[in-house]
Design a protein around this ligand. Structure first.
Ligand code: G1P
Length: 294
């Protein structure tokens, strides 16, 4: 099957982020910072590194700060240039990667992740594959981003590719879980948020996907599932009846579930430790802490 080239990525950002209240009362959860950049900026850069040129934000009226972040702030840039603050200008100009365009579509009602992705269908052609990146999840790799690695696999196989990661038993209920076969991780079944005793494995869907065009048409007919929501995982499971799909094991890197306070704090500490400017002094500071004291 020959599809259009893969150039589009859907980023669902309409969720209200209630787990992070009160921090997310007036700012979108995707704008929470890890060290010095909002979560969404890391995600957009991961997509750009993978060759994505069109980012489709599926958003909500309360999330305008995300679009503003990727827009040019003319007054701020002029002011910094006038004051000769070149070192402050550079990070501003790096916010939107070269050659990347962002468009927004609205999700009028919170009907689930599957429904959010379906809201992007007017801007994705019927023969067009697309990526999905969940902005809650940060994927760090020292050499090559997760989506860029998945694109390599997609270019070889021309099937849907889904990032998978093992999770402990007590975490299984939080994720989509995959049943896989063989060393190439062919996916045979997908279940959204199963009870641990009903889960087909411990392999969770991490939040990075590449889909063949058929997924979008299946989403149109996907009925509400777990939690009464239209689940992306259910449409993926339906796709398995028609096409092969492979899991992608993210090796040599680390994922951070920033939809959870613990994962978010871990990301901040570990990204700070890796930061070229802050890392050394921050490491010294952490080592000087008396961790028994409160
Ligand atoms: C979503 C997906 C789930 C996936 C998870 C990854 O769940 O529905 O399949 O494993 O993201 O973070 P949510 O976190 O929105 O509940």
């Amino acid at each position: 099957m020959s599809y259009k080239p893969l150039t589009k990525a859907v980023l669902p950002v309409a969720g209200l982020g209630t787990r992070f209240l009160p921090a997310t009362k007036a700012i979108p959860k995707e704008m929470l910072t890890v060290v010095d950049k909002p979560l969404i900026q890391y995600i957009v850069h991961e997509a750009a590194e993978a060759g994505i040129t069109d980012i489709i934000l599926v958003t909500h009226s309360s999330k305008g700060a995300i679009e503003n972040h990727f827009d040019k702030h003319y007054e701020l840039e002029t002011e910094l240039a006038l004051r000769g603050k070149q070192e402050r200008l550079l990070p501003l100009r790096e916010i939107t990667p070269e050659g990347v365009r962002l468009v927004s579509v609205r999700q009028p009602e919170a009907l689930g992740l599957g429904h959010a992705i379906l809201c992007a269908s007017p801007v994705i052609a019927e023969d067009e594959p697309f990526a999905v990146l969940l902005p809650d999840v940060l994927m760090h790799h020292p050499q090559k981003g997760c989506l860029a690695q998945m694109v390599d696999t997609y270019q070889k196989l021309h099937t849907s590719v889904v990032a998978l990661e093992e999770v402990p038993d007590d975490q299984v209920e939080k994720y989509g879980i995959a049943e896989v076969q063989g060393p190439d991780l062919r996916i045979t079944r997908l279940v959204e948020k199963p009870k641990v005793n009903e889960a087909p494995s411990n392999l969770s869907v991490v939040g990075r996907y590449i889909f063949t065009p058929r997924l979008m048409s299946l989403l149109k007919h996907t009925q509400p599932g777990a939690g009464g929501e239209i689940q992306l995982t259910d449409a993926m499971d339906a796709l398995l009846q028609e096409e092969v799909m492979f899991g992608f094991e993210f090796k040599g890197g680390k994922s951070y579930d920033c939809g959870d306070k613990h994962g978010y704090l871990q990301a901040n500490v570990e990204y700070a430790l890796r930061d070229a400017k802050l890392g050394d002094t921050f490491r010294e500071y952490l080592m000087s802490l008396d961790l028994q004291a409160r």
